[in-house]
Design a protein around this ligand. Structure first.
Ligand code: ADP
Length: 418
């Protein structure tokens, strides 16, 4: 009986010890498993050791998977960040999950600081706020001024739902497209206006000739005026064709050698003829140096149109008895320059920057009074285009009452020794 009690006591002591040892291992295991990154894996016997080893292997696999997913997410976000369009990812309540660099610059967002913020609290354009609140996925066009207050950007916003009621907002910059559309509209309006005027005049004369019994002299006068209008339309169409050819053709190569002596001689003859035609006995005094001593690489036809535009303008705008001079010279940086100088009325500074715009004229009434020689407003635009196609620049120096100096400046690469 006594022996049984001793055995039971020993068994009890053994069980309690086993329990305590197990608890101690369990605590070590739990301490490790709750923070395996900072606690080393404890050395444990038998089943505990096995459990720890299996757990460690499973944890390792999980960790590797998590690392891989994080790396993939980082790559994906880095790719979204370099997209040329703005991207914003929103959660189901419209809070920012991610915004890329372009969207951040459009709306002055800070990708890290603004994560978790409601987008409508940061982009406060009323149209955008209303669009965010509506269910429709129709795109929205909005203006933002973030980059530079003076420079507004036109954006098209599109929304694409994804995942668990989240949405992706895509912002595309359509500023250049809208500008091109506006330019095209202006261009068509300008061309229509330029053509409508002579057509209206022509229609009026035709009606007069049809309805009135005119004398031979009167008929001849009307026909002369009609011929003037057709010439005006012809020059407009010719200039438009030149512009479209310039825009559609490849840049002038370096293989064609333009004989500047020949070209300048031809342009000088044209200028003399035009001056005689316009002013008769009061024709201007024109001095053109026709032997530059070097040639240019480029397109002879294009350079001819640029040079003769400048000379024709000098003749038309400097009036009778004006003085015109033109010459080629070398620049100090070894480039070349063609300049046309006149002592005409000159041009006010506010017009200088706009002179090369298509259809821009300083004073339409003065243009019209230039002895029936009506300009198209395209000449300087063509001249600048040609010069730039040859790598050069068109420079204008002029002031009211002090005449004008138009210069075509070409780079050294285009200059060929004679
Ligand atoms: P246009 O066909 O009207 O001459 P251009 O593009 O050649 O068109 O010239 C634009 C405008 O620049 C002209 O309408 C004229 O007002 C002004 N201009 C050009 N050349 C001269 C000049 N030498 N002197 C004064 N004004 C000039």
């Amino acid at each position: 009986m006594k022996l049984l009690v001793v055995l039971l006591a020993l068994l009890l002591v053994f069980c309690v010890t086993l329990l305590l040892v197990n608890r101690w291992y369990a605590r070590r295991f739990m301490r490790w498993i709750t923070d395996p990154a900072t606690n080393p894996m404890p050395e444990m016997p038998a089943a505990w050791g096995l459990a720890a080893a299996y757990t460690r292997r499973a944890l390792g696999r999980e960790q590797a998977l998590a690392n891989e997913s994080a790396a993939r997410l980082d790559t994906l976000l880095a790719a979204l960040d370099v997209l040329p369009a703005g991207i914003v990812l929103l959660d189901n309540e419209g809070r920012i999950l991610f915004c890329n660099a372009v969207a951040a610059s459009h709306f002055e967002l800070d990708p890290a600081r603004d994560r978790g913020q409601h987008i409508v609290h940061l982009v406060r354009d009323p149209a955008f706020v209303a669009w965010c609140e509506q269910v429709s996925n129709a795109p929205l066009e909005l203006t933002c001024h973030a980059d530079a207050p003076a420079k507004s950007i036109r954006l098209v916003a599109q929304r694409q739902p994804y995942g668990d009621d989240c949405s992706l907002l895509l912002f595309t910059d359509v500023t250049a497209q809208r500008q091109t559309e506006a330019m095209r509209r202006d261009f068509v309006a300008n061309v229509s206006h330029e053509i409508r005027t002579p057509l209206t005049v022509l229609a009026g004369f035709v009606e007069t000739l049809q309805s009135l019994d005119l004398s031979h002299d009167e008929q001849a006068r009307y026909l002369g005026l009609m011929a003037q209008q057709t010439v005006r339309m012809q020059s407009l169409v010719a200039d438009l064709l030149t512009l479209s050819r310039l825009e559609g053709s490849p840049l002038p190569g370096m293989n064609e050698r333009v004989n500047l002596h020949e070209l300048t001689t031809q342009c000088a003859a044209e200028a003399h003829t035009l001056s005689m035609l316009l002013y008769g006995a009061d024709a201007q005094q024109i001095e053109i140096e026709t032997a530059p001593g070097f040639d240019l690489a480029g397109s002879s036809a294009e350079l001819r149109s640029a040079m003769s535009n400048l000379l024709a303008n000098a003749v038309r705008y400097s009036g009778s008895k004006g003085k015109i001079s033109a010459r080629w010279s070398r620049e100090s940086n070894h480039g070349a320059r063609f300049e046309v100088i006149d002592n005409g009325p000159g041009i006010a500074p506010e017009h200088l920057l706009r002179l090369t715009e298509r259809f821009y004229r300083v004073d339409r009434s003065r243009t019209r009074h230039a002895q029936g020689e009506d300009g198209t407003g395209l000449g300087l635009s063509i001249t600048r285009h040609v010069t730039e196609r040859h790598g050069g620049t068109l420079q204008i120096v002029s002031a009211p009452g002090q005449g004008s100096r138009f210069m075509l400046i070409f780079p050294q690469a285009r200059v060929l020794a004679e």
